[in-house]
Design a protein around this ligand. Structure first.
Ligand SMILES: Cc1ncc(COP(=O)(O)OP(=O)(O)O)c(N)n1
Ligand SMILES: Cc1nc(C(=O)O)sc1CCOP(=O)(O)O
Ligand SMILES: [Mg+2]
Length: 514
């Protein structure tokens, strides 16, 4: 992973309380920002006297003390994201809301609010009930609010026990004006052994499911989660990617942290970027049977949930040109290219015949030939494999694709989609767009090689394909991330000399995997 010099680190503010025990609050936030490659700044709202057993005192700072910290930061260290934690009284809530309102007029910055009111040791942290001030003044300024179940119930004044109640409460909170709500489920399991967090973004439900870890080092998990999300947002991650990476960071801290610090609930560990897949949550799919326990229904998802598609003969699929005609397939197959895709976006009445001819060429040259989009035709024509996008997963008959023995490749754009697609255990996972491309409008969903390397690190043995804006000059940087295949459209089909382009890629990747 490339080191980032201090000057390049995104700045993240934490407006929160100090935990003298070093487990939660500002202390946890700064450790988290550092682990996630951000520079942390703080505006301290309260000086809490805490250890792992109790909250002995809260000691809110005076409004002018809080305001002077915020003003100093605004003048020099403008943030890329803000995390808000403990606000000790209604006056502080209103002060922070007014400050934010002015700041957000200068520039839109993601704001993540962890509505801390009660410490994990059970001690109350606020002076009086600040719930009304929070809902009226602060929520409308927040992009994400991250309550645990107690905090959710406190803010909406309703029970949030079963899955249906949680979804309803999250929707009600979101209706008060915040962008999204992430409800952490650590306190009550819906399915034994599973810690499920619920994301409601105003339109869709998502459940992120982690394995329960029975260690006694969970102090500061809420602060750490919200700080990790803020850090990821500061780094430009989309919301869902930020949530799953942050959940993995906390899971890693629970797994690797030390349970022996203090004699009560020990601090969660801060153990660096989550580089192991086992810490990442499973994305719940509405088609799987346990979705009922999470009240997760979505009629736009059809078909059965199936896992485990045919594995290719190698994890390194090599140079992978994506072309729009049978003629291109034949020309490239003749040059020794082994992995190819037929991607016809404007089909005419001859589509079936084109797929049949493509499959025949595939068999003649023993290609790993994937048919894009047309999974039914691919099955009918006995193709080697099919490539599907995220939207296709809702309606394609994946059970039929698997039963027919076809290989399945799935497109992904970021951590969330990667984890979602991985649930199916497809034959390969494509990650894009790595760079800007003129071939397809990717709506700015660019991954870059740093993120690609993070994703490749999670799945070291899995067939991974990088796609989007890759040319001969960029290929070494892409291959250095650990992916075994590069998919290209224009670098081959728009090359002045496609033979030379293929030869150059083959030289780079080695003939054995092409
Ligand atoms: C190898 C590879 N990766 C990604 C894509 C994109 O597929 P999809 O998201 O289905 O988009 P379209 O190609 O259908 O526009 C791909 N085709 N191949
Ligand atoms: C078809 C396609 N899918 C992408 C994805 O990220 O899913 S990027 C892409 C275009 C790739 O073309 P080129 O090599 O010319 O940039
Ligand atoms: Mg497609």
């Amino acid at each position: 992973m490339r080191a980032t010099s201090p000057g390049q680190k995104p700045i993240v503010w934490s407006i929160a309380g100090s935990d003298s025990g070093g487990g939660a609050g500002i202390q946890a936030d700064l450790l988290t920002f550092a682990d996630m490659g951000c520079h942390g700044c703080t505006a301290i709202t309260a000086n809490t006297a805490q250890n792992t057993l109790e909250v002995a005192a809260v000691n809110a700072v005076a409004p002018e003390v809080l305001a002077s910290q915020l003003d100093a930061l605004r003048r020099d260290l403008f943030p890329a994201a803000i995390k808000i934690g403990l606000l000790a009284n209604a006056e502080q809530v209103i002060l922070v809301a007014e400050f934010l309102r002015a700041l957000l007029k200068v520039k839109q910055i993601p704001v993540v609010y962890d509505p801390v009111a009660v410490a994990s040791s059970g001690g109350t942290l606020t002076e009086g009930n600040i719930g009304e001030a929070v809902v009226d003044h602060l929520l409308p300024l927040c992009d994400l609010v991250t309550p645990n179940l107690h905090e959710l119930e406190w803010l909406v004044r309703a029970a949030a026990n079963d899955a249906g109640e949680r979804i309803k409460a999250a929707r009600r909170l979101c209706d008060r004006g915040c962008g999204a709500v992430l409800v952490t489920g650590g306190h009550r399991e819906l399915v034994h052994g599973e810690v499920a967090d619920l994301l409601w973004d105003g339109n869709d439900v998502d459940w992120f499911i982690g394995k329960k870890i029975a260690n006694n080092n969970s102090h500061g998990t809420g602060c750490t989660l919200s700080s990790a999300i803020a850090a990821c947002l500061a780094r430009g991650y989309p919301l869902r990617d930020a949530c799953v990476v942050a959940k993995a960071y906390v899971q890693r801290g629970l797994r690797l942290g030390s349970a022996g610090t203090g004699s009560g609930i020990a601090p969660v560990g801060h153990c660096g970027w989550p580089s192991e897949l086992r810490d990442y949550p499973e994305i719940l799919l509405p088609t799987e049977s346990r979705a009922a326990a999470y009240a997760y229904t979505d009629n736009s998802w059809q078909g059965a949930f199936v896992q485990g598609f045919a594995t290719p003969d190698t994890t390194a699929l090599g140079l992978y040109p994506v072309v729009d005609s049978v003629a291109w397939l034949e020309k490239l197959a003749a040059l020794g290219v082994r992995t190819l895709q037929l991607r016809i976006k404007n089909p005419d009445e001859n589509l079936r015949e084109q797929v049949q001819r493509a499959v025949a060429i595939g068999k003649k040259y023993q290609l790993r030939l994937f048919i894009n989009d047309y999974w039914q035709l691919a099955i009918d024509c006995d193709a080697y494999g099919v490539h599907l996008g995220q939207e296709d997963l809702r309606c394609a008959d994946l059970a039929a694709i698997k039963a027919a023995g076809l290989k399945l490749g799935i497109s992904t754009h970021g951590f969330y989609e990667l984890l979602l697609a991985y649930r199916y255990r497809p034959s390969y996972l494509a990650i894009g767009a790595i760079y800007a491309t003129d071939t397809k409008d990717m709506g700015g969903q660019l991954q870059g090689t740093e993120k690609l390397a993070r994703m490749a690190e999670l799945l070291p043995e899995y067939p991974l394909v990088a796609i989007g804006g890759i040319n001969r000059a960029r290929a070494p940087e892409v291959l250095a991330t650990g992916v075994g295949s590069i998919a290209v459209v224009s670098a081959v089909t728009k090359a002045d000399d496609y033979r030379r382009a293929v030869e150059q890629f083959q030289t780079l990747m080695g003939p054995c995997i092409c």
